[in-house]
Design a protein around this ligand. Structure first.
Ligand code: SME
Length: 165
């Protein structure tokens, strides 16, 4: 990422989005738009959310708001892809070179690296924020911190709205 001052400004804009968003969908759209616009190496930015699924059917991640080219992966089973790995482990996954990761599900031929950060509500994974870059090893420690900040913001918003129900 560029300077610390820019990162701080971006975080405060993200917090403002969370304060003014009228729905979780609006907040997700705002976050992906802002990250895609400001972070020049974030070439595809999107949320995947866990589907409720009926009992007996495997849990799936469904594509939510995103910025970037349309992806063929609109629904991803939990045992597939880097997305499935992050959601099923509840841990951030950073892949510096997607061509070397057998879990990788290709979205665009241009993608070189990827980060996926789970979103939690009351300690349970409810979805994730996925970012692809056309640059190898694009996601450094400060990027990871920023993306985790966004995922936490989303988780907090969702827990407040689910508590209000
Ligand atoms: N690359 C992901 C699939 C989603 S696209 O990147 C948008 C994966 O391996 O799970």
């Amino acid at each position: 990422m560029e300077s610390a001052a820019k990162a701080k400004e971006l975080r405060s804009e993200l917090e403002q989005l969370a304060e003014s968003a009228k729905s979780s969908r609006e907040l997700m759209s705002g976050i992906v738009k802002l990250l895609h616009e400001r972070m020049l190496k974030y070439n595809w930015v999107g949320f995947y959310m866990l589907e409720d699924g009926s009992p007996g059917t495997p849990a799936m991640l469904a594509l939510g708001p995103f910025e970037g080219a349309m992806t063929p992966h609109t629904r991803i089973p939990l045992h597939q892809g880097i997305c499935g790995a992050a959601a099923s482990s509840g841990k951030t996954v950073v892949v510096d070179d997607v061509s070397k990761d057998p879990r990788y599900l290709a979205c665009s031929l241009e993608t070189k690296s990827e980060i996926v950060v789970p979103v939690f509500v009351h300690n349970k994974v409810v979805g994730e924020l996925d970012i692809d870059s056309h640059f190898p090893a694009a996601f450094k420690d400060e990027d990871r911190e920023l993306v985790e900040f966004c995922a936490e913001l989303m988780g907090k918003y969702l827990s407040q709205t689910s508590a209000a129900k």
